[in-house]
Write a protein of this length. Structure first.
Length: 530
């Protein structure tokens, strides 16, 4: 292996020459490192003491290290759906001691494509600890989890959110801070829709809606017009507590489908246009309908057929059925299945190819079988539904699709040492046995290899998914996390607070091809002011 020692590690050692009273405050601050986070061909780390994002660009043979300054005390970081942008919330700081500065909570947008651009900061007003991003990267919503970030602060408004339009500069109106109406519950999650044009609305432009999920409530907010009032939908009118869990969208019909715990059916939310009651009022209303067989859905999936019609699959274990719903017409077809299904996967997995099969599994019941349904012409009631059962030797604890392949990884034990690969073309399975717990794993971008690691073994395991041939790669130190980048390089993080990683060029590379990088989280440390 080739080993590189970041120059700044030596510089950090020399920093001890400062007198204790004169050294920068960063040496005494509490430090938390967020990451690694995969960003296409880059790996990102966020340092809460140094107030910066460190990017390792693995596009070339030699990694390039760059840093971007952000605010103080990072709380949470998430990538954009296309992994070009990194969003970081920083708590800020109240200046009390020497070297501290007054800084409010901020949302930072780091462009990892144009690394020379400084990060853009939006004043969000509160140290939120959750971020929901629109599928088209046009906007995001920050909010509090049910537990909140920590004990810091005197008051916390758990129903406050901040709506940020990312295509607009920060201003007094961007972000928009709102307190959502509450019926005694707080947000459990927020999902942003793709752009949807509302039929019959005076404003014909597509817009993004935020669906706020909380106990017994579903709240709709026109995120494109955040100054307008939200619409709340009570879900517990029948008496039982209902918790919405999942939302899938049919943007062509401006509708969404919601799966909830303790609900009788899938809830359809159709958004229709209305004349606003006053200037600045909403020009839409939600129209609700319950769809299904009265069984309480445990999982849902959505897909478009070759003609562009959107369908929703829902499993209803209470009635022993799988329901196929036409999202445009709300017509549905029920297919009996005895197993208590709670996981639905669609194959092929690519967005450009309509799925032809659905895989059903019973994760909670740990059954020793999975089921496959043909989706071609499934909407035709005259077509015989083809549901097939695949028997397995061991119970199924998890099912993970392999990206870009008609393969599913089956996990058969809680320690993740016994695996299986299900070929969706032949509907056959092949076993894989591990020497340790699969604590971290990833797939190569083309789906050619499964890559796995366990913290107490100084090796990385590879499985070639074309022929299931296993190989391993010896490391100098135990791994804590393994990631596969968009250009098929393998990044192994060793958990060192100064930065310690092994970079493997490809799954077939040798140790002579690998690179060990040490101290990269202290790059240019002495060039950074207090």
């Amino acid at each position: 292996m080739h080993k590189l020692l970041a120059v700044s590690v030596l510089a950090a050692t020399l920093a001890g020459c400062w007198l204790e009273d004169d050294r920068p405050i960063v040496w005494d601050r509490h430090r938390t490192v967020l990451g690694p986070i995969s960003m296409k061909s880059q790996i990102a780390y966020i340092d809460s003491a140094l107030d910066r994002v460190t990017l390792l660009d693995l596009a070339n043979d030699q990694p390039e290290i760059s840093t971007t300054l952000i605010g103080r005390r990072a709380v949470v970081a998430v990538p954009s759906p296309d992994r070009h942008l990194l969003f970081v919330i920083t708590r800020g700081e109240e200046a009390i001691h020497a070297g501290e500065i007054d800084q409010p909570p901020l949302l930072w947008v780091v462009d990892t494509v144009y690394k020379d651009r400084p990060a853009v900061a939006y004043k969000i007003g509160s140290p939120f600890d959750r971020i929901a991003v629109a599928p088209d990267n046009s906007m995001l919503v920050t909010y509090f989890s049910a537990a909140g970030p920590d004990e810091a602060g005197f008051f916390r408004n758990p129903n406050e959110v901040a709506i940020i339009h990312l295509d607009e500069e920060p201003s007094d109106t961007n972000p928009t801070l709102k307190t959502l109406r509450s019926f005694g519950s707080v947000p459990e999650g927020i999902t942003l829709s793709p752009p949807m044009a509302v039929p019959g609305a005076p404003d014909a432009d597509p817009r993004t809606f935020a669906f706020v999920l909380s106990a017994n409530n579903l709240t709709l907010l026109d995120a494109s017009h955040p100054d307008r009032r939200e619409v709340s939908i009570r879900l517990d009118l029948g008496g039982a507590a209902v918790l919405p869990r999942e939302v899938v969208f049919a943007p062509h019909t401006a509708s969404a489908y919601v799966r909830s715990d303790n609900a009788r059916d899938v809830l359809q939310v159709l958004i229709e246009g209305v004349e606003p009651a006053a200037e600045g009022a909403n020009d839409f209303k939600p129209v609700l309908a319950e769809l299904g067989a009265g069984g309480g859905p445990s999982d849902i999936a959505v897909y478009d057929d070759p003609s562009g019609v959107r369908y929703v699959l829902a499993s209803t274990p209470n009635t022993g059925e799988v329901v196929v719903i036409d999202a445009d017409t709300a017509q549905f077809r029920s297919i009996p299945i005895a197993a208590p299904i709670d996981r639905i996967l669609l194959f092929p997995t690519g967005l450009d190819t309509p799925p032809t099969k659905a895989l059903f599994a019973s994760i909670g019941a740990k059954q020793t079988s999975v089921h496959v349904l043909d989706l071609v012409h499934i909407e035709d009631p005259l077509t015989q539904a083809s549901m097939r059962t695949i028997k397995l030797d061991k119970p199924v604890r998890d099912v993970v699709p392999v990206p870009g392949r008609d393969l599913a990884m089956l996990v058969h034990d809680d320690a993740r040492t016994v695996l299986g690969l299900l070929d969706m073309d032949t509907e056959s399975t092949s076993p894989l046995l591990g020497v340790g717990k699969l604590d971290s794993y990833d797939f190569s971008p083309s789906g050619s290899h499964l890559i796995g690691a366990t913290p107490n073994i100084s090796r990385i395991g590879f499985v070639a998914l074309d022929n299931l041939h296993p190989t391993d790669f010896r490391l100098d130190d135990p791994p804590t996390r393994v990631l596969s980048t968009a250009n098929a390089k393998i990044f192994v993080d060793h958990g060192d607070p100064l930065g310690h990683a092994t970079i493997i060029p490809s799954p077939t590379a040798t140790r002579d091809d690998a690179l060990v990088l040490t101290g990269f989280l202290t790059t240019n440390l002495l060039d950074q002011g207090p």
